[in-house]
Design a protein around this ligand. Structure first.
Ligand code: ZN
Length: 229
């Protein structure tokens, strides 16, 4: 009986909702209620990161736009925890689609960037997790948005436990020169994809590396934007 119900669910492409566990979700998806209830940001630049930008020294190149789709609230935290720490890589299309829908509204009056790169992770972290979560998101985004994804565009060259550092200024200092761009990006506008955007330090390090290799502009894209007050 159970097997039959399962096959019936498969026939109609019904699956379990990743959020509430009910069985009225589409395959690898959320049920209509949870989808509607996802806490989303308005399609505009992340406020506190744009503000930080304005206080940077003149010589420091900055991200052109900061975009994050979802708010760091319990329903979203649950999805991100499953994705990052419980090895649920199947969540990548769902999360990437949320970001893609957000970005299409953010860029409605202008062209999307020329290419996408993913925030790099160390080989050690990659092995531990079993998959490269930002690269996976970037690949799905590339397909949905029809923007080329540059594999291995950035590399992490120094592992610093930034999230555990007390002061913001220390984090910024340590994040500098922590990434290296491996291609020539001369004249390109480049979007950098991350899962969660918080202090902006990781994105600034990516932008720094990309500008050094000639990028014209760097945009920061993240599935989740965790705003600090
Ligand atoms: Zn649900």
């Amino acid at each position: 009986m159970l097997a039959f119900l399962r096959s019936l669910a498969n026939a109609f492409e019904l699956g379990q909702c990743w959020s509430c566990g009910c069985s009225s979700a589409g395959a690898d998806s959320l049920c209509p209620y949870c989808d509607e209830a996802l806490p989303r940001w308005y399609p505009r630049c992340c406020q506190h990161l744009s503000d930080i930008d304005q206080h940077l020294p003149e010589e420091q190149r900055r991200c052109r736009y900061w975009y994050g789709a979802l708010r760091w609230e319990p329903q979203v935290q649950h999805l991100v925890t499953l994705f990052k720490f419980r090895n649920k890589s199947e969540l990548a299309p769902l999360l990437a689609n949320q970001l893609a829908a957000h970005l299409l509204r953010c860029y409605r009056n202008q062209a999307l960037p020329d290419c996408i790169v993913a925030v790099p992770m160390t080989e050690q972290a990659w092995r531990r997790r079993g998959f490269h979560q930002t690269a996976l998101l970037a690949r799905y985004l590339s397909v949905v948005l029809q923007v080329p994804y540059i594999t291995g565009g950035l590399r992490k060259i120094r592992s610093v436990p930034m999230q555990h550092m007390a002061s913001q200024s220390l984090r910024w200092e340590n994040s500098q020169r922590s990434q290296l761009a491996l291609r020539d990006f001369t004249g390109y506008t480049v979007a950098v994809v991350d899962d969660v955007l918080s202090t902006g330090a990781t994105m600034m390090a990516a932008a720094d590396a990309l500008y050094k290799k000639g990028a014209k502009a760097v945009d920061a894209w993240a599935v989740v934007y965790n705003q600090h007050d």
